[in-house]
Design a protein around this ligand. Structure first.
Ligand SMILES: C[C@@H](O)C(=O)SC[C@H](NC(=O)CC[C@H](N)C(=O)O)C(=O)NCC(=O)O
Ligand code: NI
Length: 144
């Protein structure tokens, strides 16, 4: 099996595409209207769906707002230089809701941005997660 996509319902597809493509640098992979269901699907990501997990943006015609509730957490993107990326996102009008820095109680360097609908997206500094993964596996070994 393979993780294909995560689906977000969005209130303004053009605004979401602007964010995911112009601010986060994703490509619009495909887009299709479903008149019978009065919705549009747009798939965005960093590469073809054949070997990339992508995001499915679902726009229900005329529905401009959703209650996100308190259960949704985030999706995560790996970045080479989190500090520069956050500046770029801010300069493109993106909303950084948690400044970059080591996570609480850990060493992974993270930041959070919000998309136009308020869905949180975590940025993780590549190379800092490794120490956390190694530490956790060492702890598991010790506890066995
Ligand atoms: C293409 C595949 O990745 C899909 O997720 S399409 C699934 C389809 N989606 C919708 O109908 C979107 C509009 C809907 N109003 C919504 O907001 O979810 C779906 O859920 N179909 C249901 C079914 O039983 O086929
Ligand atoms: Ni889907």
């Amino acid at each position: 099996m393979r993780l294909l996509h995560t689906m977000f319902r969005v209130g303004n597809l053009e605004e979401s595409l602007k964010f995911y493509c112009e601010v986060l640098g994703m490509k619009l992979l495909r887009r299709k209207d479903y008149p019978a269901g009065e919705f549009t699907l747009a798939f965005v990501g960093y590469g073809d769906e054949s070997d990339n997990t992508v995001i499915e943006l679902t726009y229900n015609w005329g529905v401009e707002k959703y209650e996100l509730g308190n259960a949704y957490g985030h999706i995560a993107l790996g970045v080479d230089d989190i500090y520069t990326k956050c500046e770029e996102i801010r300069n493109h009008g993106g909303k950084i809701v948690r400044e970059p820095g080591p996570m609480k109680h850990g060493s992974t360097v993270i930041a959070f941005v919000e998309d136009p609908d308020g869905y949180k997206i975590e940025l993780i500094q590549q190379g800092t997660q490794g120490s956390a993964i190694k530490q956790e596996s060492q702890e598991q070994l010790v506890s066995q």
